[in-house]
Design a protein around this ligand. Structure first.
Ligand SMILES: [Zn+2]
Length: 100
């Protein structure tokens, strides 16, 4: 297993409130400028929930769709700009992730 960055550890620590923040997508018509990887990318998403506590019950009132917060090359961890991705690729990614 590759070494985690401190940023990733932060996300891991928050795992209970940020369910499933990591997705690996393959293959995509993109190329990492650093290592030439064009298949595996690490997409971090963030999902917000409004949780309501009612006596002993816990209700999730509002569940937004996850937003993409970061895209990294899965091989060398170079940060890629999601805004710079091809429009069709971005749409396909968001659709696949159920994100916005
Ligand atoms: Zn790379």
């Amino acid at each position: 297993m590759r070494k985690r960055t401190s940023k990733e550890r932060d996300y891991a620590d928050l795992h209970c409130v940020l369910p499933d923040p990591f997705h690996t997508i393959s293959p995509m018509p993109l190329t990492c400028p650093s290592c030439g990887n064009n298949h595996n990318f690490l997409v971090k998403t963030l999902q917000m929930h409004v949780v309501r506590l009612d006596d002993a019950r816990v209700e999730v009132n509002d569940e937004g769709r996850p937003a993409v917060i970061e895209v990294l090359c899965d091989e060398c961890e170079t940060a890629l700009k999601f805004e710079d991705f091809d429009d069709a690729v971005r749409k396909e990614m968001l659709l696949t992730l159920g994100a916005r």
